[in-house]
Design a protein around this ligand. Structure first.
Ligand SMILES: Cc1cc2nc3c(=O)[nH]c(=O)nc-3n(C[C@H](O)[C@H](O)[C@H](O)COP(=O)(O)O)c2cc1C
Ligand code: SF4
Length: 435
């Protein structure tokens, strides 16, 4: 995408853009000023027309979500999901540390559109630098009268607080996040009621991801027609993609959702190709939770529609991890299973027990003590967990099962060949983690 002009990342590498003055000098805070000239309902309609879909993983249309808020509400909260807990994902972090006012401006527009009077930015505790950068931006905005009472002289008040979580994957789930802000253990809530009706402090609440919100200043300033001119109709607007693994240029890049996984790995402006001597074995294209692709499936488009055709859960966080042919696939399986077993909050039996079983089986296979029947058990367990079969409170087990089920199904013959073979160098470490 050599002719693609970065929009969301335009201020990366411009240190002065972190300050309010520098951000405004580069065109910042024009979107909120324009938004305040329209009614909140008009902003919701514009966002619906643009078909801005959530960037946090589920791809839910932002304008539609906002329209679920009850009409007769008196108090509304906005929660900015800055938890970014999906393992290979670092696009929210990049936005917050390089362009904090862009994130704030997006939050202001969302708050105005939803008539939220208070916004909480929920951030994982590991984001030290990002917290300080964003807090400085919040302080500057208050000092300039851009936050607090009567924003920009309009009849609109907004208080913004940054709330730091203690660092748990499940706190990125919107109701786990809400519980955590309320000062409780970050356990996801049974839905319904959905946050739009009963969210933070049991009041109508909207939860949106940092990248979703960062799109708003541009969408409002340039309009829905401009926004929909980028990418296909089901996947509009600018998008951030992360890439990690043995590629020449791991990092976070921006483009339209017309690019393929192959583009992300190979094009010089993205991953720049594999490192010398390395070949692709597998790609996890959307964080770890959507499933895996084989080296023959790299033409999948990084959009909201194509992943399903490859048996994946969705686009996820659009953060691709490339696994090379030198990697023992049993270790990939074990690491994936381990992550979810550790992060399950334990409220739902099939999630708590199922993720642990899957980890124990995967660890056994990795240690060279697996059996062929283990692969069937893994597949069966994966089919019997999650929100999609209606068995869990939140989507963590769906995210746990897609990578395991797709890996076992797509790499079954390789796993069958390896089963029973020892992996001497790591055997002791593996057994230690099982016990
Ligand atoms: C286990 C789990 C972890 C999640 N972690 C995050 C996260 O770190 N950041 C995020 O924005 N959304 C995360 N989500 C999705 C949120 O529940 C929610 O859909 C999202 O914040 C809505 O924002 P969006 O509509 O702007 O994408 C997670 C979901 C689940 C099930
Ligand atoms: S599905 Fe898993 S992570 Fe989600 S609430 Fe239930 S036990 Fe917790």
């Amino acid at each position: 995408m050599r002719d693609y002009e970065p929009i969301l990342l335009r201020n990366v590498g411009v240190p002065e853009a972190r300050t309010l003055k520098g951000y405004e000098a580069r065109g910042g805070y024009r979107g909120i000023r324009k938004a305040l000239g329209s009614s909140p309902e008009q902003i919701v309609e514009e966002v619906k027309k643009a078909n801005l879909r959530g960037r946090g993983g589920a791809g839910f249309p932002a304008g539609l979500k906002w329209s679920f808020l009850p009409k007769d509400r008196t108090i509304t909260y906005l929660c900015v999901n800055a938890d970014e807990s999906e393992p290979p994902t670092f696009s929210n972090r990049l936005l917050m540390e390089n362009d904090p006012h862009q994130v704030l401006e997006g939050a202001m527009i969302a708050a105005y559109a939803t008539r939220a009077q208070v916004a909480y930015i929920y951030m994982r505790v590991e984001f030290h630098e990002q917290f300080h950068v964003l807090q400085r931006a919040v302080d500057e905005a208050y000092a300039a009268g851009y936050l607090g009472r009567r924003l920009f002289g309009h009849d609109f008040d907004l208080q913004v607080y940054i709330h730091r979580g203690a660092g748990a994957y499940v706190c990125g789930e919107e109701t786990g996040l809400i519980e955590s802000i309320e000062g409780k253990r970050g356990w996801p809530r049974i839905k319904p009621p959905f946050p739009a009706l009963e969210g933070l402090f049991r009041r109508p609440t909207v939860v949106n991801n940092v990248e979703t919100l960062a799109n708003l200043p541009h969408l409002i300033e340039r309009g829905a027609a401009w926004f929909t001119s980028i990418g296909p109709p089901h996947s509009t607007g600018p998008k951030l993609f992360c890439i990690s693994g043995p590629v020449r240029r791991p990092g976070c890049y921006e483009g339209p959702m017309t690019i393929t996984v192959r583009d992300l790995i190979e094009r010089p402006e993205f991953g720049g190709g594999m490192l010398p001597g390395k070949r692709v074995k597998m790609v996890l294209p959307g964080g770890v939770s959507v499933g895996v692709l084989t080296a023959n499936e790299l033409d999948m488009k990084m959009d909201f529609a194509d992943p399903a055709k490859y048996g994946l859960l969705g686009l996820g966080t659009a953060a691709a991890v490339v696994v090379d042919t030198d990697t023992d696939i049993r270790l990939v399986l074990r690491n994936l299973a381990r992550f979810y077993a550790l992060e399950s909050c334990g409220q739902c039996t099939q999630c708590r027990e199922g993720t642990s079983w899957m980890y124990k089986i995967a660890a056994r296979i990795a240690a060279g003590a697996g059996r062929r029947a283990d692969l069937d058990i893994l597949e069966q367990t994966a089919r019997n967990m999650g929100m999609m079969p209606g068995l869990s409170i939140c989507g963590l087990p769906d995210g746990a099962t897609y990578p395991i089920e797709t890996l076992v199904r797509k790499f079954r013959s390789e796993l069958e060949e390896l089963i029973g073979q020892q992996e001497p160098a790591r055997r002791d470490a593996v057994l230690q983690t099982v016990n």
